[in-house]
Design a protein around this ligand. Structure first.
Ligand SMILES: *Cc1c(COP(=O)(O)O)cnc(C)c1O
Length: 228
């Protein structure tokens, strides 16, 4: 089996190539290594190979990993659905939250962010395909929630995130990402600063990069299939 170090190097080349093919600066696309369900040994291996950003989707699992790996000085992103009764552990331990879909959750994160830490970076999750099984606000609600997040003292509003339905084929995959990109334009039209589009995973990162992704969230292509 190919190791994490080799996968990271291959994946970095593929991300760079996608950016160049899209006419973009490869430095403008950040790899978020999705380490959910993966053991500490694999995270350490990726970190030793230079990877800095890691994503977790379960609060308890993420907090345990953050504590175990505190010596590495990594940047931790929460990418799962966040219930408002679990915000404190996230506010105290993570650097980013990609999945804001309620003002109540955002307010709690801001209130609970410890004074000694920099503001928590947040993205609003948009349910771009209007799927009942997925969280996220409707496209029409995104500007309002983003503006409210931007006004909270201990949060820094960064941008939009989506997790579209699975589509086959490059052009079909681009379509929901293009809509998220257009929504970012609407934010700017409302004078809301934004520098982040969190979109694209193992199966569709190239399409996301063509539509302006600044963070791609990739697990399987880096760490292999998730155990369990
Ligand atoms: C698991 C997960 C990913 C990574 O998925 P892969 O297909 O393994 O790359 C990305 N984003 C979110 C929100 C996830 O939950």
């Amino acid at each position: 089996m190919i190791g994490v170090t080799e996968n990271l190097s291959l994946l970095s080349d593929l991300l760079n190539k996608s950016a160049i093919d899209a006419g973009r600066d490869p430095g403008a696309v950040r790899l978020l290594a999705v380490s959910k369900k993966q053991p500490l040994t694999k995270i350490r291996e990726a970190a030793a190979a230079g990877q800095r950003d890691f994503g977790e989707n379960i609060v308890q699992e993420g907090v345990e990993k953050i504590r175990e790996l505190a010596d590495l000085g990594l940047t931790w992103h929460f990418i799962g659905h966040l219930q408002s009764n679990k915000t404190r552990a996230v506010a105290e331990n993570f650097d980013w939250v990609h999945t804001i879909d309620k003002l109540k959750t955002a307010r709690r994160l801001s209130d609970q962010r410890p004074a000694g830490l920099p503001p928590l970076n947040v993205c609003v999750q948009v349910n771009v395909d209007d799927e009942p099984s997925k969280s996220g606000v409707s496209p029409g609600e995104a500007v309002g929630l983003a503006g409210a997040c931007a006004g909270l003292p201990n949060l820094t509003f960064r941008g939009l995130m989506c997790l579209p339905a699975i589509r086959e084929g490059f052009e079909a995959q681009r379509e929901p990402f293009a809509r998220l990109r257009a929504l970012a334009g609407d934010l700017r039209g409302h004078e809301i600063d934004t520098d982040t589009l969190s979109m694209g995973m193992t199966a569709d990162y190239r399409a996301a990069i063509f539509e302006g992704a600044t963070i791609v969230r990739i697990g399987t292509a880096l760490f292999g299939e998730r155990p369990g």
